[in-house]
Write a protein that binds this ligand. Structure first.
Ligand code: GPK
Length: 825
């Protein structure tokens, strides 16, 4: 099918396709058709087009032999695929009309789809946005990851506490993937290394593994927006290499016969639910190696299919490490080049230094991965030998040259941390190998240079750089907010979803009364819709005319959901003291999962839910305050909340949030940010202007100064009467009747454990900024102007710009011909 006929596919033809596929997905078409069946039939109809495009993309790629970017990430938070794929294929309206004729609202069909939740938070969602942009910009790109059987856990609340249950995203099959047995890989583990003498006297290392695991690839097509490109996300599933031990089975030992299989399949069983903390578990280490080894072998296979020697390898492939999670890929490439392809050490090392680049996503020390030498010795003995040699050459070479005889510096920079238990520092290995290392927002990248890796910055002055994160405007505006998209399209000429800077035209209308009214009308409609969802999910009725104040992100102390909570308590207290207090009614909306093992994060969820219960049922405050914690926050829920937000809470301790990307999504949809000078908030403020954002709190330098002086939260508690009374209130049984001290884990952390994230230090400033915001909302025209300016000035934060930055400044990708000029096939 040519692109022309594809674009012109009629409603009638699309409906006929759906009906055809319904034959496979519904048993009895004479009865009412089940929504799951229609979903599968629509997906299959879309897939006919998607896989056709994938084939032609592959052929085009092969003909051009272009350089490819290979994105290695342990996480991809894709969300639902159908709506996005329809929009990207420009088929949304056609599908909407076709399904309507069959008796379905397309939105109801979308609701049947399961999120692909193979990630935890920002890092995984960033990878998903980048895949969308890579395809849209027609770059030759491949994503590699793990085909987890269970993605991020599902969250429910029971007695106000988080309860986790397994995510069953493939329970009824996943229409958006295809198995590729022809690209299967075998992965060795455990065993020992033997030194063998060759006939010419040279010594060679041979690894005799104790176990072999099979890696089975599943390909998820990634559809570019309004173009011909479909790329691939390749996810590896682990299996036992020999399916069944018949000998053991015949000997009557059924359990043994199964155990190898069970053990092997455990590797890709479940996503580790930690965000910004290292898991430190053996299985996690094996997961990392398994997926890196599969991916590196696949990259080599793809290269050798079309090349007779290695001379072009570094020209044709660049590998991006999404955080340190895939660092082990470096050692695997070294091992294969040395042991399988018989490279000299120097040639293998040169090759590695040319192909890897690394993105750092956090400065939090607890997230910087280290693996014990012991674990390496047991599971990857050959890789450990290689690591030792890299370390030796690094310390005796570059380090000794820069800091001759400085043993303290050697200890500091070594790939091995000495101590009771020797540990391998994965970030150090990534930094010394990679040709570029980037942070994810201007301030974060500066802190990476100055505070995290100052010595490496001195050693390699051109290596450390910045690429500010971005988000795809296709999912995060066009698909999730159709009403605003339609309004924008009336004013903005050109395809703004492909060129987001075009939105700046809207600044011309920021003070236009009619446009303001239309813009706020769209917002209100979205708030009405969200109110219905809130009622469905929590039973709480909220007023769409209230300010919708949103904090949606992982639960973490540094993100300071408890600072938000303290402010809610302040408002509640003020209202109880003066029920006629003149404030705008406000609905505080939370969405967040806590890592199951993160005690304080779970206590914060519990506290918010307890406070919410009390406030929502208190008739004295006349519905001026509502607090809702929406369960099971995930991509598809974010798509409902974001279009309805008035206020975006981005309140991390300065210096702790590397970038943030939710901040960009909310601002793009016309929410006004209240935030600290942290991560990308700073760049958002630069774009929208100081008048259109509420900035508060200590700066990075002020936080550093506090730490130097010695920070004393108790003195703040004692000198701020309102804050003191709120904290004491939390410590009473007011919110947990009959249970004193039920919420004291939080107050303890603030008063007795040093308030690590400076909640009390920022409270007064936050509370003042909130007052200013409340006042600003009273001026409806002024607020509308601010909201419009936020949407208008988000052009910088499209992930297309981020990907062009990577392509130009890091990956050196040759831009393919535009798809419209593609070779006719
Ligand atoms: C950073 F280190 C990590 C991590 O383990 N998980 C994760 O989601 C986030 N992140 C940062 O916390 C965000 O500030 C950032 O925007 C996001 O990664 C993408 O870069």
């Amino acid at each position: 099918m040519t692109s022309k006929s594809r674009k012109n596919i009629t409603v009638k033809a699309f409906k006929a396709r759906i009906q055809h596929h319904l034959n496979f997905h519904a048993v009895d078409l004479s009865h009412s058709i089940d929504k799951k069946a229609i979903l599968m039939a629509v997906c299959s109809s879309v897939n006919e087009i998607v896989f056709d495009k994938l084939q032609s993309t592959n052929i085009r790629r092969h003909e051009r032999n272009s350089r490819s970017i290979n994105y290695l990430s342990l996480e991809y938070l894709m969300g639902r695929m159908l709506s996005n794929n329809l929009h990207n294929l420009q088929l949304f309206k056609t599908a909407q009309a076709a399904t309507k004729e069959l008796g379905f609202e397309i939105e109801d069909i979308f609701e049947e789809g399961h999120d692909l939740a193979l990630g935890n938070g920002g890092l995984g969602r960033l990878a998903a946005c980048y895949l969308d942009s890579l395809a849209t910009l027609d770059y030759n790109a491949m994503g590699y990851g793990i085909h987890y059987e269970h993605g991020l856990f599902e969250q429910q609340f029971y007695n106000n506490r988080q309860i986790e249950s397994p995510d069953e995203w493939r329970e009824y099959g996943n229409p958006w993937e295809v198995c590729r047995p022809e690209a299967e890989q075998e992965i060795p583990l455990y065993g020992h290394v033997e030194t063998v003498a060759e006939t010419d006297g040279t010594l060679r290392k041979v690894w005799h593994p104790g176990q072999i695991i099979k890696g089975v690839p599943w390909d998820v097509p990634i559809v570019g927006y309004n173009c011909e490109t479909v790329n691939v996300l390749r996810l590896w599933e682990s299996r036992a290499s020999s399916h069944f031990d018949w000998e053991a089975f015949n000997a009557g030992d059924y359990q043994d016969a199964n155990s190898a299989q069970t053990q092997a399949e455990t590797i890709s069983k479940v996503l580790y639910p930690n965000d910004s903390t290292a898991a430190g578990k053996e299985l996690r280490f094996i997961q990392q190696y398994f997926f890196c080894a599969c991916s590196i072998k696949d990259i080599i296979r793809r290269y050798l299919k079309h090349h007779d020697d290695w001379s072009q390898f570094a020209d044709k492939f660049v590998i991006q490490l999404n955080d340190t999670h895939p660092t082990i890929a470096i050692l695997e490439l070294m091992r294969l080049l040395l042991d399988e392809y018989r490279f000299s050490w120097d040639n293998a090392w040169q090759m590695c230094k040319q192909v890897f680049a690394y993105t750092n996503h956090t400065l939090l020390p607890e997230a910087l991965e280290k693996w014990s030498v012991e674990l390496f010795e047991t599971i990857l003995p050959r890789h450990l030998e290689i690591l030792y040699r890299i370390n030796e050459e690094f310390l005796n070479g570059q380090v000794d040259k820069m800091w001759p005889g400085d043993t303290a510096m050697r200890r500091k920079l070594s790939l091995i941390e000495e101590g009771q238990q020797k540990m391998v520092r994965m970030a150090h290995l990534s930094v010394i190998t990679s040709f570029k290392v980037n942070g994810v927002a201007e301030i974060h990248s500066e802190l990476v240079k100055q505070d995290l890796f100052p010595e490496f910055h001195k050693l390699y002055p051109n290596k450390l750089t910045n690429v500010t994160n971005g988000i795809t405007p296709r999912r995060w505006l066009k698909a999730c907010n159709p009403a605003l998209s339609d309004l924008i399209s009336k004013k903005v000429k050109g395809d703004w979803a492909k060129n987001l800077s075009l939105l700046s035209t809207l600044t011309d209308y920021a003070e236009d009364k009619k446009f303001q009214q239309q813009f706020m009308q769209v917002k209100r409609e979205n708030k009405v819709k969200l109110s219905e969802e809130i009622k469905k999910l929590t039973g709480v009725s909220v007023n769409p005319d209230a300010i919708f104040d949103v904090q949606i992100k992982r639960l973490h102390e540094y993100k300071r959901q408890h600072l938000n909570l303290l402010h809610i308590l302040a408002l509640y207290r003020r209202l109880l003291e003066n029920p006629r207090l003149d404030i705008n009614p406000r609905v505080f909306i939370f969405g967040a999962k806590a890592a199951p093992g993160y005690y304080l994060a779970k206590e914060i969820i519990y506290a918010i839910n307890c406070v919410a219960e009390k406030i929502n049922n208190d008739a004295r405050i006349n519905d001026k305050l509502k607090v809702v914690f929406l369960p099971n926050y995930r991509v598809s829920l974010a798509e409902k909340i974001i279009p309805a937000a008035d206020v975006s809470e981005q309140i991390s301790t300065a210096g702790k949030e590397a970038s943030g990307t939710g901040n960009m999504k909310l601002a793009l949809n016309g929410a006004v940010t209240i935030g600290t000078l942290d991560g990308a908030n700073i760049e958002i403020a630069e774009e929208v202007g100081d008048d259109n954002i509420f900035i508060f709190g200590k700066t990075v330098d002020e936080i550093k100064a506090l730490n130097r002086q010695g920070y004393d939260p108790v003195s703040i508690y004692n000198s701020e009467p309102e804050l003191k009374s709120i904290i004491d209130w939390l410590d009473s049984d007011y919110f947990t009747p009959g249970k004193f001290g039920e919420l004291s884990a939080i107050t303890q952390s603030l008063l007795n454990d040093g308030d690590h994230y400076k909640v009390l230090a920022d409270f007064v400033s936050y509370s003042q900024a909130q007052e200013a915001l409340d006042k600003a909302y009273k001026d409806q025209a002024g607020w509308a102007k601010m909201a419009i300016m936020n949407t208008a000035m988000m052009g910088k934060f499209t992930s297309d710009r981020s990907i062009e930055d990577y392509a130009n400044n890091i990956w050196s990708l040759d831009k393919n011909l535009p798809a419209t000029q593609a070779v006719k096939l």
